[in-house]
Design a protein around this ligand. Structure first.
Ligand SMILES: [Zn+2]
Length: 440
């Protein structure tokens, strides 16, 4: 390919910023689903927070002769990863053993979330979590806070200080959880609205309306949250859907008038573009069709689904529903790693188990541009295309002896990427650029 440049260019003040060129083996999905950028000696020109141009390194260097150069040799230069589903409140109980979803929530998750009543715990965990996102190459994420408004505020503050593209929201739950984690329908409404007004659209932050899942919200609470959704048609919404068979059965008992789990959210106006449903491992064809027709999104969380034994997500089959968007989620703390490479490792195994193996470029896309599409931010991030925000991750194929040995023998970029995803983790993350700034 030849160099591609950004036609529009930066506004005057930003156009004075120095231009830098990142060189290496550039691999990125593009908006054209069938086309992947794969430049063994590639270069990306960055100015301010934006990508100005991408192309063969020689051409990019010729185009901007006075630019400074950050040369990464054979390392892979890929878009910043997008995590569509994580709980920052669960870092203290990740890898808690032996139970399925509902017991696991009761025994481990709820006590861990109770600690967020303390402001200083919120701040400490928000800093730790955002540091770890960067360390794992994640530059965008959609994250659950806890029922405490301060937990969302702390995450917004920490994310803002690191310029990360974060969506989060106070979790709303007014039943079927310990008293110390319950709000009321009115509190959920008022606190969500207050946080939305405070934080939505500040820098790279967005407020995500966050009912935990149908079993922990009364109809009245979902109705009030639906009202906020109606008044703010562009904000993201995040919740869980059909993760585990006992959960699905329970939803049937709690909402006997609805035909299925998705219908509960539909009834309250919570199924639409930028609604991100975690898991969806047990959805019917009719539900998939309706989710697709609404342009809603699913977060595929393979490490979590395998860890809790929840079920196997059928990625390719689900993709056939027109309009449906699907991204990748860590679902930490039910997920076992914040590393998108580790999630792709398990996504590959799940895809094999359901008979439709994931290919390398498709996997990279799932962890980047597909995720951005699922979150409704693909206009800004998810690929290394000119005009986008410069969220860039540099992966080192020699980060461990086994990886070095294997990648030395890789014949193609597909093989190289495949080895990175099966054998790599946060140790493979060599450098991270967030909105153009090198932060690692
Ligand atoms: Zn979750």
């Amino acid at each position: 390919m030849n160099i591609i440049e950004w036609d529009e260019g930066l506004a005057d003040d930003a156009a004075a910023a120095p231009i830098r060129i990142i060189t290496g083996h550039v691999v990125s999905p593009t908006r054209d689903r069938g086309r992947t950028i794969d430049l063994e000696h590639g270069g990306i020109a960055v100015q301010g927070d934006r990508i100005l141009a991408v192309g063969p390194a020689g051409e990019v260097l010729d185009k901007y002769p006075s630019a400074s150069v950050e040369a990464h040799g054979d390392r892979l230069v890929v878009p910043g990863f997008v995590d569509c589903h994580a709980h920052y409140s669960q870092m203290t109980m990740i890898a808690s053993p032996g139970l399925q979803l509902l017991e696991w929530l009761k025994n481990y998750t709820f006590p861990a979330e109770g600690l967020f009543a303390d402001r200083s715990h919120c701040a400490a965990m928000a800093n730790f979590f955002t540091d770890q996102l960067v360390a794992h190459g994640v530059t965008s994420a959609c994250v659950y806070a806890t029922v405490h408004p301060e937990s969302a505020r702390a995450l917004f503050r920490a994310a803002r200080s690191k310029s990360l593209r974060i969506m989060t929201g106070k979790v709303c739950m007014d039943r079927n959880a310990p008293d110390y984690l319950l709000d009321t329908p009115e509190q959920a409404y008022e606190q969500s609205l207050e946080l939305l007004e405070e934080w939505h659209g500040v820098d790279r932050l967005e407020y995500a309306l966050t009912p935990r899942f149908a079993p922990t919200s009364s109809s009245r609470q979902l109705e009030l949250l639906g009202r906020i959704a109606e008044e703010h048609p562009d904000i993201p919404i995040q919740t869980h859907l059909s993760e585990n068979p006992s959960e699905c059965e329970w939803v049937g008992e709690l909402f006997p008038d609805e035909s299925d789990y998705t219908a509960v959210y539909e009834r309250f106006g919570l199924v639409r573009k930028r609604s991100v449903f975690g898991h969806a491992t047990h959805v019917s064809e009719s539900e998939l069709d309706r989710l697709g027709a609404a342009q809603a999104s699913l977060a595929h969380c393979p490490t979590s689904n395998l860890f809790l034994g929840s079920g196997l997500f059928r990625l390719k089959e689900n993709r056939r529903a027109p309009g449906l968007r699907i991204g990748l989620g860590s679902d930490v703390g039910a997920g076992t790693s914040l590393s998108p490479l580790a999630s792709l490792n398990e996504a590959y195994k799940v895809s094999r188990s359901v008979g439709e193996p994931l290919e390398s470029f498709e996997a990279l896309r799932l962890a980047t541009l597909d995720g951005a599409e699922a979150l409704g931010t693909d206009h800004a991030v998810g690929s290394l295309e000119p005009g986008k925000e410069a969220d860039v991750v540099v992966l080192d194929p020699e980060s461990t002896p086994v990886l070095r040995q294997r990648t030395d023998y890789a014949q193609t970029t597909e093989e190289l990427l495949f080895a990175m995803m099966l054998l790599g983790d946060d140790r493979a993350v060599h450098s991270v650029y967030v909105a153009g700034a090198k932060v690692r």
